[in-house]
Design a binder for this molecule. Structure first.
Ligand code: PGA
Length: 218
């Protein structure tokens, strides 16, 4: 049985207080997840406080970052670098379509970030919108997220998802996740596909009960 990867991407949502409430509520409802890696990607600011809680109460949750600086430490005002992230996370999302659209992140920048994450031992999850998005060498996990499915309530069809995921796997030795309007109602239609190894969940991950149900039904 393949191990599934379930990732919650909070994007720029919640306050520090709400993030701890999320964690407490999640840990109340979460059952032990067999053969599933559950990862939460909060805003940078909440990583230390969530890390502390996860350690203290031995919660079955891993942390990821939503981005990584393409530079190492130094004079880069406003950036959060990989060495800083490594203290708290095992995973990092790179090249999310919202970063490509709103922050002019190019394929070259994505490649730089992937190299840097790999050099530090942080596992990069590269987001692509289709087979035409370049995937940097040695990318271990790809999240296929068609733009029209993100935050719209209109997920991709399982048939098309399988087709694209299998094509990605033909050319790259990587795991492939699906992302775009995943809910507890539709998650299994994606995780049951032969070429899909998990899901990247945005909006539905903000509700701890819904996110936990997604993990259970995946
Ligand atoms: P969504 O977002 O689940 O709200 O569609 C997915 C994503 O952007 O990662």
């Amino acid at each position: 049985m393949k191990e599934l990867i379930i990732i919650g991407n909070w994007k720029s949502n919640l306050t520090a207080k709400e993030s701890v409430e999320w964690l407490l509520e999640y840990s109340n409802v979460q059952k032990e997840a067999v053969n599933k890696k559950i990862i939460v990607c909060p805003p940078f600011l909440f990583l230390p406080i969530l890390f502390e809680h996860i350690q203290k109460y031995s919660l079955p949750l891993l942390l990821g970052a939503q981005d990584i600086s393409r530079f190492n430490e130094g004079a880069y005002t406003g950036e959060v670098n990989g060495k800083q992230l490594k203290e708290f996370v095992k995973y990092v999302l790179i090249g999310h379509s919202e970063r490509r659209q709103n922050f002019h992140e190019t394929d070259e920048i994505v490649e730089q970030k992937v190299k840097l994450a790999l050099s530090l031992g942080i596992i990069p999850i590269v987001c692509v919108s289709g087979v035409n998005t370049p995937i940097p060498n040695n990318t271990p996990i790809v999240a296929y997220e068609p733009i029209e499915a993100i935050g719209t309530g209109n997920p991709q069809t399982p048939e098309q998802t399988e087709q694209i995921a299998s094509e990605i796997k033909k050319n790259n030795k990587c795991l492939v996740l699906y992302g775009g309007s995943v809910t507890s109602e539709n998650v299994h239609t994606f995780t049951s596909l032969p070429s899909i190894d998990g899901v990247l969940v945005g909006g539905s991950s903000l509700n701890p009960i819904e996110f936990s149900t997604i993990g259970e039904r995946a």
